[in-house]
Design a protein. Structure first.
Length: 238
């Protein structure tokens, strides 16, 4: 089973769903497989835990991160640069757009609607069942509708990202998978993949899943913790 490997992938979700960590790790995972990847930081709402925090680590792997101009890096302003436009007009093999949380963050996509109109685009909703408002199917559907209305785009897929940071157990992973599988069955949205912290993979029976698994090497951490050192290795087990 293959994880998203081509086209333009737009990652959306609610605040705290972990979508930015997912976007970073998706880029790293696919780069390690030899796929040409570029990543755009379109989170113009939340000043914390943005893709730009991992820019240097990603650059060391040859992953280009497209950001607003330096003077606006920490400004909550709707800044869309020519670099973003160029990235969409001539996308790499895999182009990832990391969008801000909830409908407020997704509004930036409405400004890109014309540029994206004729492109191979997939909009994917990240779901962490331990976050408020996405712990029920109805809550996920409500958020989906709000994001779609704000972005003028249709969400077509789901990424399961259930975790409790360092307290996550294998039981949490299995519970989260069952939830997003049921959400996929009910809505018809594709379950693209689920995530598992790399240090927890050995405890997980991946044969229980009907979708791919993306290992997470956490990059967005509080100041008292260190991000996982990224390298060229591929952590997925055969």
């Amino acid at each position: 089973m293959e994880i998203l490997s081509e086209g333009i992938v737009i990652i959306v979700g609610n605040y705290g769903s972990g979508k930015t960590e997912v976007a970073i790790n998706l880029a790293v995972h696919q780069k390690r497989k030899g796929i040409d990847v570029r990543l755009a930081d379109l989170d113009l709402v939340n000043p914390y835990f943005r893709t730009r925090e991992a820019k240097n680590a990603l650059a060391e792997l040859g992953i280009e991160v497209v950001l607003p101009p330096e003077q606006y890096l920490y400004a909550d302003l709707p800044i869309l640069t020519p670099a973003i436009g160029g990235m969409i007009r001539k996308p790499s093999q895999l182009t990832i757009l990391d969008v801000g949380g909830d409908d407020a963050g997704a509004r930036v996509l409405a400004a890109l609607a014309d540029a994206l109109k004729d492109k191979p685009v997939r909009v994917i909703q990240v779901v962490n069942t331990y976050r408020p408002f996405t712990d029920t199917v109805d809550g996920c559907l409500k958020l989906r509708k709000e994001i779609e209305n704000a972005s003028k785009m249709t969400i077509t897929g789901i990424i399961g990202n259930t975790h409790l940071l360092d307290d996550t157990t294998s039981a949490d992973i299995y519970r989260g998978y069952e939830f997003v599988r049921q959400l996929s069955d009910k809505t018809g949205m594709t379950l693209e993949f689920i995530t598992v912290a790399a240090n927890l993979l050995a405890d997980i029976d991946t044969a229980r899943f009907s979708c791919p698994v993306l290992p997470i090497e956490r990059q967005l951490v509080p100041p008292w913790k260190k991000a996982v050192k990224l390298g060229p290795k591929n952590l997925l087990r055969p």
